[in-house]
Design a binder for this molecule. Structure first.
Ligand code: SAJ
Length: 444
């Protein structure tokens, strides 16, 4: 059991706000802190500023019952959870200034017995740097330096690892690593998180926990790069990459991810740089994966350009703009990058459809892109480019695509066409589940 009664969460973004709501739902008095006044006011009205399933109802309930209160500066609490952004700079160096600013903000109100947990994705060494800063600012308190030595304040790293769109579920059910700067720091952090985590908690050192988080996203980046490289190989050899991956994945120990127009979002395309920056000579694979994935929008544009006829104005329909399917988040989206690159050409009109947003972002509007629905985009187009496999696009009638040139970056139409119903001879193990498409006798 934890002796912690109140938790102050610094940063009420995609991770901080759901974390506030979950702690509040477990009975803690939660103080949500954000430098953005508009966010603070919104949360105090019981509303939310991000799109995340079920979060609105939970925040509303926790604000109404007084368990969650938002402020624009840190308030005293028994535990502080820091969930602020850790972006990269233009030259791809990690920027931990928000973490250090959060540490400066809480330093004056720390008291003996408090726990400070850093959750932000961070370069290796950040937790220790934060600890050093706190101890410089509060020489009257002791902080963990060596394991097994007790201190006045406890400090740990414990990264979130949740998928946008499924945050509440994954916050509760995913396993979690905890890297305390001392044994007691880890124990107190584990006690705090076990109030809501149903997954297992694994205790390690702070630096390992920091690298674990970065590794997860770098692993995914490298594996997506493999799929994207395979897509290029298949294009050279005139083979269908979706079919090749699907068949290869039927090997029990192979699980290739899906190729696409590139890697977007705020994590997978960023976190590998934190590792690359720390160990530039030891990361040729991660560096090359980053290059492959960030070049993908350019190769999609080259594919589209190869279909253009010279001397004639043509219309290109771009379907999907978000960074992955079934969300409305357009930031760092490779689909937006493709549209931007295309808009630099003078001989094309671009119509774009994104079923999850009401309008185009200003940067695309300013480039003369026309926003419309998928069907009318297809109707006007010479070339149709599928950029995101939103569920709505499954219902596009293949008839409407007849006579159009297609660039299918997600395999939605290309793979469907390649999947011939009589190309599968079902084995005995599946026969009981559903009728076989084809019996062995017929195949022979
Ligand atoms: N993508 C592909 N092919 C695939 C899978 C994804 O091209 O087979 C692309 C997507 O289209 C998208 C990008 O990768 O553009 C990232 O999407 P994602 O769904 O893989 O990941 P994120 O960025 O939404 O969330 C990731 C998750 N990390 C991992 O799955 C290892 C999440 O668990 C992390 O918490 C999150 O990053 C984070 O905050 O770090």
């Amino acid at each position: 059991m934890s002796d912690i009664r109140s938790v102050s969460v610094i940063g009420m973004g995609y991770i901080g706000l759901p974390t506030c709501a979950i702690f509040a739902s477990r009975g803690f008095d939660v103080i949500g802190v954000d430098i953005n006044e508009a966010v603070v006011e919104k949360v105090n009205r019981g509303e939310i500023h991000i799109v995340e399933p079920d979060l609105d109802g939970l925040v509303q309930k926790m604000v109404a019952n007084g368990k969650l209160k938002a402020f624009s500066s840190p308030q005293p609490a028994d535990a502080y959870v820091i969930a602020v952004p850790t972006p990269i700079t233009e030259d791809r160096k990690p920027d931990i200034s928000y973490v250090l600013a959060a540490a400066r903000a809480i330093a004056p109100i720390l008291k003996k017995g408090d726990l400070v947990v850093l959750e932000s994705t961070s370069p290796v060494g950040t937790t220790r740097a934060m600890n050093r800063l706190l101890s410089e600012l509060r020489p009257d308190l002791t902080f963990p330096e060596a394991a097994d030595k007790d201190s006045d304040v406890y400090v740990s790293y414990s990264p979130e690892r949740v998928l946008p769109g499924n945050v509440l579920n994954e916050l509760i059910n995913n396993d979690r690593s905890i890297g305390g700067l001392s044994r007691r720091s880890s124990e107190r952090t584990a006690a705090l998180y076990s109030s809501f985590v149903a997954g297992d908690l694994f205790i390690t050192v702070a630096e390992a926990a920091e690298l674990v988080k970065l590794t997860e996203n770098a692993f995914r980046d490298v594996n997506i790069a493999f799929a994207n490289e395979l897509a290029a190989v298949c294009q050279d050899l005139s083979l269908n990459v979706w079919e090749v991956i699907d068949l290869a994945n039927r090997h029990p120990r192979v699980n290739i991810l899906q190729p696409g127009p590139g890697v977007g979002g705020h994590c997978i395309a960023v976190d590998p740089y934190f590792i690359i920056d720390a160990a530039p000579d030891s990361t040729p694979l991660m560096q090359s994966a980053r290059r492959i994935n960030s070049n993908r929008p350019h190769s999609v544009v080259r594919d589209i350009e190869s279909l253009l006829e010279s001397g004639r104005q043509q219309t290109i329909a771009c379907l999907g703009l978000s960074f992955k399917p079934n969300i409305d988040d357009l930031r760092e989206s490779p689909a937006v990058e493709v549209v931007k690159l295309l808009s630099e050409r003078k001989d094309t009109k671009i119509v774009a459809a994104e079923p999850n947003t009401r309008s185009l972002p200003k940067e695309l509007e300013d480039r003369g892109i026309v926003f419309t629905d998928a069907l009318s985009a297809i109707d006007q187009a010479d070339i149709v480019v599928l950029l995101v496999d939103h569920r709505q696009f499954n219902f596009i009638d293949p008839e409407s695509l007849k006579g159009k040139k297609l660039v299918d970056t997600r395999g939605l139409w290309t793979w469907r066409k390649a999947r011939k119903p009589d190309a599968r001879i079902e084995g005995k193990k599946n026969k009981s589940k559903q009728p076989a498409l084809m019996t062995m006798e017929k195949a022979a």
